[in-house]
Design a protein around this ligand. Structure first.
Ligand SMILES: Nc1ncnc2c1ncn2[C@@H]1O[C@H](COP(=O)(O)OP(=O)(O)OP(=O)(O)O)[C@@H](O)[C@H]1O
Ligand SMILES: [Mg+2]
Length: 302
């Protein structure tokens, strides 16, 4: 079905940081078997910058397959439980490999099964999303025991490790000397800056890509025109997903394919009503521009 929302969801924009991240992970995947010690890399960025989507794309290039001699899981991708323990992490890894009874067994038993299955399913890369859960924001405690366990796991299974998450991931890595020593420089997923010409172009390029897809099905305003792009930028704090929300939002609000009817001004006013939430996410440097744009937009009723 080509509803506006599903078209937006299906659209993948290969902007430069996205491509670079996919390419680097792909390189480590290829290199994993030859490396003398496990390759570890962190994919780090603020929320909604596309980290999980990067993992998605890489995982799809090397999907799990069932062969005659059993499952083949070249990339084992899991999400860190919200309060990670060795048992909990082992459980999600076992689930990821399709093991029956993933919830059974002591810590040691589960660990043994994880290692056995990773070797037997040909796992070459382990991806752990939401890695910042290894750092408890409330107590400021780092889950050292699980981090140590992970280090031993990748050492023994010789697979590459990709962890993804918010910038607090780096605290977890840095706090464990042995883990830190195994990590390459992080791959950064940035929030786009309007002041930086190159990043502004990237952001506008994303809007253009959405326009290209949507305009084949709907009469679509030119999101990529600089004045409009700037408003999108202000309403999103430079995050592509919020751009998606802004594009889709008029439809949700009106319960119809209303993009046809939605004027630019209405889209802007609706986007502006979301600003309070977005504002909390905007980096300090964005705030000034953001305030000005907001008052400009609201005063002129645009
Ligand atoms: N390159 C892209 N093209 C199109 N849509 C994208 C792209 N990157 C991300 N998105 C969309 O933006 C949304 C946010 O992306 P994603 O969930 O990957 O962000 P994240 O960095 O993992 O956020 P969080 O830290 O909150 O988990 C998703 O709906 C995703 O489909
Ligand atoms: Mg994510």
């Amino acid at each position: 079905m080509n509803s506006l929302a599903s078209l937006v969801d299906r659209t993948l924009v290969s902007h430069a940081p996205f491509q670079a991240a996919v390419r680097e992970i792909e390189t480590w995947f290829e290199f994993a078997l030859e490396a003398s010690e496990p390759i570890c890399v962190a994919l780090i960025g603020p929320s909604r910058t596309g980290k999980s989507r990067v993992l998605d794309v890489c995982e799809r290039q090397h999907p799990k397959v069932r062969r005659e001699d059993g499952m083949y899981v070249p990339i084992l991708r899991v999400t860190t439980p919200s309060k990670p323990t060795v048992k909990g992490l082992a459980e999600v890894l076992l689930e990821g490999m399709g093991a029956a009874d993933a919830t059974r067994g002591t810590e040691n038993e589960r660990t043994r099964r994880v290692k056995y299955l990773m070797r037997n399913t040909g796992t070459r890369m382990l991806m752990i999303d939401e890695f910042q859960h290894f750092f408890d924001k409330g107590t400021k405690l780092i889950m050292h025991h699980v981090a140590d366990w992970l280090k031993i796991l990748v050492d023994e299974t010789r697979c590459a490790l990709v962890v993804a998450g918010l910038p607090s991931c780096q605290t977890v890595i840095d706090s464990n000397e042995q883990l830190a020593g195994r990590f390459h420089a992080p791959i950064l997923m940035p929030r786009f800056s309007w002041q930086d010409a190159e990043q502004r172009e990237e952001f506008i390029g994303i809007l253009q890509a959405f326009h290209q897809v949507l305009s084949q099905h709907f009469q679509t305003p030119e999101f990529q025109r600089e004045a409009m792009a700037f408003r999108f930028y202000c309403a999103t704090g430079g995050l592509e997903r919020f751009s998606c929300y802004c594009i889709v939002y008029p439809q949700w609000a009106n319960q119809a394919d209303a993009l046809l009817a939605v004027t630019w001004a209405r889209a802007w006013v609706r986007a502006a009503s979301r600003l309070c939430r977005v504002r909390a996410l905007a980096e300090r440097s964005c705030c000034l521009i953001f305030d000005q744009a907001c008052s400009m937009g609201l005063k002129s009723g645009e």
